[in-house]
Design a protein around this ligand. Structure first.
Ligand SMILES: NC(=O)c1ccc[n+]([C@@H]2O[C@H](COP(=O)([O-])OP(=O)(O)OC[C@H]3O[C@@H](n4cnc5c(N)ncnc54)[C@H](O)[C@@H]3O)[C@@H](O)[C@H]2O)c1
Ligand SMILES: O=P(O)(O)OC[C@H](O)CO
Length: 354
């Protein structure tokens, strides 16, 4: 297959490396918007800025800079991957709107509201952005628990190819399934996108709780209740409940909330250390989508009448309305409702210990 990966951040580079090493013998082009970055990567055979220490295989073609050059290469592709953050999805899909080969995006997040004055002021999920700017595309998402560094090193990983169109799912499987990377199809694109976006918000919360030494019990409570609020939002948006028990739901939530390679978890840890949000974001050097998605997730939940208490606390923290210790107290100190064993009330003593 001929595969173009647009976006040479950590994840686009890792997947391009993985596809180029695939025994199926794909022809892979990795395209960076920064021409100088592309040249440096081609010279040194390393993405020193976003994925240092991983040699780029000889088979991987690195290109960049001129969008015209990219658009010349596009007609020869069998599969196009948009590897930008959510912030780059809208313009990139608009550029590709006439393309008729399968397209997959990798970003995990909800877009911030474009125009707060509009009649429907909510930010969108990736597939909703596509429906708006490029409705005729054959498209879907590649998601699931996957740190770029591990995929690039060839460590075993399982992903989800989500699309309502079976041939798009198949193209994503054909492009990336291999000896160390398993790719499973799922038609529930909404569920996969909700899982991928909300876990980033929840990872900020677990990073914060871990940074304040609340302990492993609190972390497990946050993950469990976080999964419950993710599934509530997903259900209200039309997702299937079982998606949240799979790789792109529970799987990605556990990885991101507990794995120290996570940039979102790192934001929570840095805030707990006393850094400001700006300092935390700057020091990452990579995108942490939860920072940009949290408000939209909450807006959509409120609009649908869905309760998302952990997301509420993360938004209040990011907006500076709560200090880290106050956010954690708010997270853990909710009134128990219904079945109290299932509620955060079980963790009250952790707050008292603060
Ligand atoms: N890194 C991972 O392990 C991983 C795994 C799965 C999914 N993702 C998701 O993939 C997406 C990309 O993550 P990443 O790790 O590659 O990020 P990164 O921070 O490593 O790199 C971001 C890349 O996007 C480019 N970029 C930034 N803003 C842009 C814009 N507005 N338009 C176009 N390009 C832009 C940058 O130049 C850079 O090449 C995110 O949504 C992330 O949640 C990342
Ligand atoms: O580093 P994070 O927090 O952006 O998470 C990366 C991946 O989404 C994990 O699946």
């Amino acid at each position: 297959m001929k595969i173009i990966v647009i976006g040479a951040g950590a994840w686009g580079t890792a997947l391009a490396v993985s596809a180029a090493r695939n025994p199926a013998g794909h022809h892979v082009v990795l395209w960076a918007r920064d021409g100088a970055q592309a040249e440096a990567m081609d010279d040194t055979r390393e993405n020193a800025r976003y994925l240092p220490g991983i040699p780029l295989p000889r088979e991987l073609n690195v290109r960049g800079g001129d969008v015209g050059t990219l658009m010349q290469a596009v007609p020869q592709a069998d599969l196009i991957i948009v590897a930008t953050p959510v912030a780059g999805l809208r313009p990139t899909l608009a550029l590709l709107r006439e393309v008729r080969v399968p397209i997959g995006w990798l970003c995990k997040g909800f877009e911030p509201a474009q125009n707060p004055q509009a009649p429907n002021p909510f930010g969108l999920m990736p597939h909703e952005i596509q429906a708006q700017v490029a409705p005729a595309l054959q498209a879907g998402a590649l998601s699931g628990p996957s740190f770029a560094q591990e995929v690039a090193r060839g460590q075993p990983t399982a992903l989800v190819a989500a699309s309502r169109q079976p041939h798009v799912r198949q193209a994503l499987v054909d492009g990336f399934h291999g000896p160390t990377l398993r790719v499973y199809g799922n038609e529930d694109l909404t569920g996969v996108e909700v899982g991928g976006a909300v876990k980033n918000v929840l990872a900020i919360a677990t990073g914060l709780a871990d940074g304040l030494n609340l302990g492993l019990n609190a972390r497990a409570a946050l993950i469990t209740r976080g999964l419950a609020e993710t599934a509530r939002l997903g259900g209200a948006l039309g997702a299937q409940a079982e998606t949240f028990m799979g790789l792109s739901g529970l799987g990605d939530l556990v990885l991101t909330a507990t794995g120290d390679l996570s940039r979102n978890r790192r934001v929570g840890l840095l805030l707990a250390e006393g850094q400001t949000l700006d300092e935390a974001v700057q020091s990452l050097g990579h995108v942490a989508e939860g920072v940009y998605s949290a408000r939209t997730v909450l807006q959509r939940a409120r609009h649908l009448g869905v309760e998302m208490p952990i997301t509420e606390c993360v938004v209040a923290l990011l907006d500076g309305q709560l200090k880290p210790v106050e956010a954690v107290a708010a997270l853990m100190g909710r009134d128990p409702k219904g079945n109290c064993c299932e509620r955060m009330g079980a963790a009250y003593s952790l707050v008292d210990a603060l």
